[in-house]
Design a protein around this ligand. Structure first.
Ligand SMILES: [Zn+2]
Length: 303
C-alpha cells in the first residue's frame, strides 16, 4: 500500500512573481548580481576533486532515513510540480552523512526539465531536487545560513520503453502528474516511497557549496548530485510538456567562480551522453519534444 485513495483535489491561489523566461528580472540581489557560489553550474569532471583527504566529505556515507513512506501533498506552483512533506516534522525523512555536518529534514521534492546542472557540458532531460532543511533551524533561518539547505539531485534519462525495474522506480510518482497539469492544482494525503526516486548508487555523487536556483538565489545550499540517472519513458516525459509552467523551468548555468566540486574517493562516476548543451536551450527543449512526439506517433498512422 503506497497511496491513500482518499486524496483531496483542491485549488490554491496562484500568482507568479518571476518567470524562467526572464531571469534578469528575478527578485533578490544575489540572483541579479550573482555571488561567489551561484547554482546551477556545469560540472567539469576533470576539475572534480577526489576527496581522499576528507576535505569536504567528512561525515561518512550518506544515510537516508524514512524515505520508504513519505506523506506528501502535490502542487503545481506555476514553476514546477512539487511534492511537499506533510504532517509533524518528526515523521519527515532525514538525511545525514557525506558532506553534511548536521541532520537535514526533507521539505519537498520537485522537477526541472531540462536538468539545471550539466556534466561536461551535457544536460539530462530532467533533474529531480530533494530539498532538505537543517533540522536544527527554522526554514527562515536556514535561508540565511551557509549550510542551511541540502539539496539532493537525481538526473532522469528518457527511454522509449522501460524495463520492469525502471518502471517501478517512477510509476508511483508519475500517477499523480496528470492531476497537477495546471498551475494551482493540488492533491493532499499521498504516501510515496521516495527511495525509488533516488539513484541506485548513493555513494557516487558530486557535491559542492552552491545556491538556490530560483529566487532569491540564496547561497545556502550544499548540493549532492548523483551521477547515476533514473529513467522515464518517452510517454512519461511528454506529460511534463503539458504541465503549464511555461516553456522550460531551469535556471541558466552560472559562472564557475570559487566553486570547488568534490566526489567521494573511490566512487566510480559515469558521464551522460544524452542531450548536448546548445546556445539556445529553449530551442533544444522544443526540438526534444518534437522528436519525442515524432517517435510516439511513428507507430500510429499519420498523414
Ligand atoms: Zn530545483
Amino acid at each position: 500500500m503506497s497511496m491513500r485513495s482518499d486524496f483531496v483535489l483542491s485549488e490554491v491561489r496562484y500568482a507568479p512573481v518571476w518567470s524562467y523566461d526572464d531571469e534578469k528580472s528575478w527578485p533578490g540581489t544575489q540572483c541579479k548580481n550573482g555571488g561567489k557560489r551561484q547554482s546551477p553550474i556545469d560540472i567539469r569532471t576533470t576539475d572534480v576533486i577526489n576527496d581522499f583527504s576528507k576535505q569536504f566529505i567528512k561525515y561518512g556515507p550518506l544515510v537516508f532515513s524514512g524515505y520508504h513512506s513519505v506523506l506528501v501533498s502535490g502542487i503545481n506552483n506555476g514553476h514546477t510540480v512539487q511534492f511537499s512533506t506533510e504532517g509533524d516534522v518528526a515523521i519527515h525523512p532525514t538525511l545525514t552523512g557525506g558532506p553534511l555536518e548536521h541532520m537535514y529534514r526533507l521539505e519537498q521534492v520537485h522537477f526541472h526539465w531540462l536538468s539545471e546542472h550539466s556534466i561536461n557540458g551535457i544536460k539530462y532531460p530532467m533533474e529531480i531536487h530533494f530539498v532538505h532543511v537543517r533540522s536544527d533551524l527554522a526554514v527562515v533561518d536556514a535561508l540565511k545560513n551557509k549550510d542551511g539547505l541540502a539539496v539532493v539531485s537525481v538526473f532522469c534519462n528518457v527511454q522509449a520503453e522501460l524495463d520492469e525495474y525502471q518502471q517501478e522506480s517512477t510509476k508511483e510518482v508519475m500517477e499523480h502528474i496528470p492531476k497537477l497539469l495546471e498551475p494551482g492544482k493540488r492533491i493532499s494525503g499521498i504516501i510515496l516511497d521516495m527511495r525509488k526516486l533516488l539513484s541506485v548508487n548513493s555513494e557516487s555523487y558530486y557535491t559542492y557549496a552552491g545556491s538556490l536556483t530560483s529566487p532569491d538565489c540564496n547561497e545556502v545550499v550544499i548540493w549532492i548530485i548523483f551521477d547515476t540517472p533514473i529513467y522515464l519513458s518517452d510517454a512519461q516525459y511528454r506529460l511534463f510538456s503539458k504541465v503549464g509552467v511555461g516553456r522550460h523551468n531551469f535556471r541558466g548555468l552560472q559562472k564557475v567562480n570559487s566553486h570547488e566540486v568534490y566526489r567521494p574517493a573511490h566512487a566510480t562516476i559515469t558521464t551522460p551522453q544524452i542531450v548536448k548543451v546548445l546556445d539556445d536551450m529553449v530551442q533544444l527543449v522544443a526540438q526534444f519534444f518534437r522528436n519525442v512526439t515524432k517517435f510516439m506517433t511513428k507507430g500510429i498512422k499519420t498523414r
